[in-house]
Design a protein around this ligand. Structure first.
Ligand SMILES: Nc1ncnc2c1ncn2[C@@H]1O[C@H](COP(=O)(O)OP(=O)(O)O)[C@@H](O)[C@H]1O
Ligand SMILES: [Fe+2]
Length: 189
């Protein structure tokens, strides 16, 4: 799908602020794809659509997760986690995107997963470091992202886990599994 068409489809789904974030993720994902040899067009498309379902109702997202037999553990965690897998489903159904690599990068952009693909890492990291993001540690991750993709994704995963723990919030186990995967498998992860 052409970039402007994708942006048009996404813009109406989002608030202005979230759309601005999306543009930041798009630019960052394209930059990272060029740097690390990923498919630039797929990275751009996945980034544009990554938060497509962000403002859907809890009820709609929950029903999608049940219908599509997504990981049932998600239902026991914060609904913020639901927009990523629900988004992958809706982007296929409503926007007609059928590229599994693109859909998978949307699906895993919030939690990460063990054995992340290059495209999944790029979208996950772009979401974390896009220029509009301001949280403790993000500049360190930006610096690492200039050198080593796996190290940068690991740093982002670690920061996210520590951030949630700092607020005494539950951590979805797949993110812990992602952390362990990077630690145990290093550059193969
Ligand atoms: N493993 C996790 N367990 C629980 N909550 C998480 C986990 N990972 C991310 N979150 C929370 O989910 C929310 C959405 O994350 P994300 O999709 O990365 O950002 P965005 O707000 O840009 O959509 C964030 O508030 C984050 O704190
Ligand atoms: Fe998101």
């Amino acid at each position: 799908m052409e970039r402007n068409r994708a942006l048009e489809l996404v813009k109406v789904q989002l608030t202005d602020k979230r759309y601005a974030h999306t543009l930041g993720v798009m630019e960052t994902a394209v930059m990272l794809a060029k740097r690390y040899g990923a498919d630039v067009e797929k990275a751009e498309l996945a980034a544009i659509f990554h938060d497509y379902a962000k403002f859907r109702s809890k009820e709609e997202m929950k029903q999608i997760l049940i219908d599509e037999q997504e990981d049932v553990r998600l239902l026991g965690f914060h609904h913020e986690l639901w927009h990523a897998p629900a988004g992958a489903v809706l982007v296929r159904k409503e926007a007609g995107v059928n590229d599994e690599e693109v859909l998978s990068a949307i699906r895993w952009h919030t939690t990460g997963r063990p054995g992340m693909t290059l495209l999944e890492k790029i979208v996950y990291l772009a979401d974390y470091i896009e220029p509009g993001r301001r949280f403790p540690g993000v500049d360190d991750v930006r610096t690492i992202a200039e050198q080593n993709l796996n190290d940068a994704v690991l740093a982002a995963v670690k920061n996210s886990i520590l951030f949630l723990m700092g607020k005494k919030q539950p951590v979805f186990p797949v993110t812990m599994d992602t952390y362990n995967d990077f630690i145990q498998n290093g550059d193969d992860g």
